[in-house]
Design a protein around this ligand. Structure first.
Ligand code: PEP
Ligand code: MN
Length: 353
């Protein structure tokens, strides 16, 4: 349910509405837009009418949200959400196309810094790298843990990129809050509801990857878990789903991008690295993602992919990544998106080397 306030509603009137909602045992969430101020009501609203809210001073109207996801839906917030970071001009969901790049895993300081230097020079404003890895085999490299997070913090220090890294559980999430700028929830954890709720209580924005065989509605309901705990900064990520097709690791579902944008105000980016699993498919699908209107990309890059401890076959070489960014520069104006310049202190010739 959405309580839309009158344009001239006073802060006291708004406070009174929120107090009434909470007293009734529901949660209130302010939804601010340039056109209107509304308060979303969540909780088990079964059989509840407007609870007298309609008659309270300052209320313009009560709108019932028909979708099972409420805070995530465009019905509750018609304007696109734009994720911003303190101390960075990086955004996700605004006019600028967001690029998150880096290795699958943080393997060592030298590997991570080498990749970071290259992707920063090519124009990435956000850096990825797993310090905690969800691996199919318990014997495969599980990540460097806290030591990996410290390396990521050094990347932010040296290159100014915002750090995106995966929380595989609530313990990792707490550690990530101390070192990184954005929490990634991986495909395997998309329906780990206690982890989603913990991420919902975090001050950091959350990158939520689509589950291995999740429908769009399941993805949006997972995002609702995060938002229902108070965190409004959620970015969705299409990373391919498992299908009968065996020519690629997963099937990147580009049609989900406009579908998600129609139903939700949240940004949605594409990950063609996991979506294809094969290096030679990553750039074509990255360009297609931009063309279809994605808000950004997540791309795995490695300086020595043959020796990578995870996902080497789908990792781009740094020079391929830089070439991809140049191609994006040509495509993005056609879909009314921009690409940030190369960060200060890094020459554009270096970016292309
Ligand atoms: C990753 O980003 O390295 C990863 C494990 O992704 P996903 O959860 O999409 O498989
Ligand atoms: Mn990976």
């Amino acid at each position: 349910m959405l309580v839309v306030m009158q344009a001239r509603a006073t802060p006291d009137e708004i406070r009174a509405i929120c107090e009434r909602i909470e007293a009734l045992g529901f949660r209130s969430h302010s939804v601010e837009g340039s056109e209107r101020y509304a308060i979303a009501v969540t909780g088990d609203l079964h059989g509840i009418e407007s609870c007298g809210l309609e008659e309270m001073p300052g209320v313009h109207e009560i709108i019932r949200i028909s979708k099972p996801y409420k805070l995530v839906s465009r019905e509750s917030k018609p304007e696109n959400t734009v994720i911003r970071f303190p101390n960075s001009d990086a955004t996700i969901g605004g006019e600028e196309f967001a690029i998150i790049a880096g290795p699958c895993s943080v393997e060592s300081r030298s590997q991570t810094l080498a990749v970071a230097e290259k992707v920063a020079a090519a124009g990435a404003k956000l850096f990825r790298g797993g310090a905690y890895k969800p691996r199919t085999s318990p014997y495969a490299f599980q990540g460097m843990g806290i030591e990996g997070l410290k390396i990521l913090a050094e990347v932010r220090e040296r290159f100014g990129m915002m750090i995106v890294t995966e929380a595989v559980d609530t313990e990792a999430l707490a550690a990530i809050e101390d070192y990184a700028d954005m929490i990634q929830i991986g495909a395997r954890n998309m329906q780990n509801f206690s982890l989603l709720k913990s991420a919902g209580r975090s001050p950091l924005p959350v990158l939520l990857k689509r589950g291995l065989s999740a429908t769009l509605e399941e993805l949006l309901m997972a995002a609702e878990y995060i938002m229902s705990e108070g965190n409004r900064n959620v970015v969705l990520c299409e990373r391919g789903v498992r299908t009968f097709a065996d020519h690629s690791r997963n099937t990147l579902d580009l049609s989900v991008i406009p579908a998600a944008q129609k139903l939700s105000h949240l940004p949605i980016i594409c990950d063609p690295s996991h979506g294809t699993g094969k290096r030679d498919r990553v750039i074509p699908l990255a360009l297609a993602s931009a063309a279809v209107g994605a808000d950004g990309l997540m791309i795995e890059v490695h300086d020595d992919p043959d020796r990578a401890l995870s996902d080497g076959p789908q990792s781009l070489f740094p020079n391929q990544f830089a070439a991809m960014v140049e191609q994006l520069r040509q495509i993005l104006p056609a879909v009314h998106r921009t690409l940030g310049g190369v960060p200060k202190g890094i020459s554009s010739t270096e970016a292309r080397s």
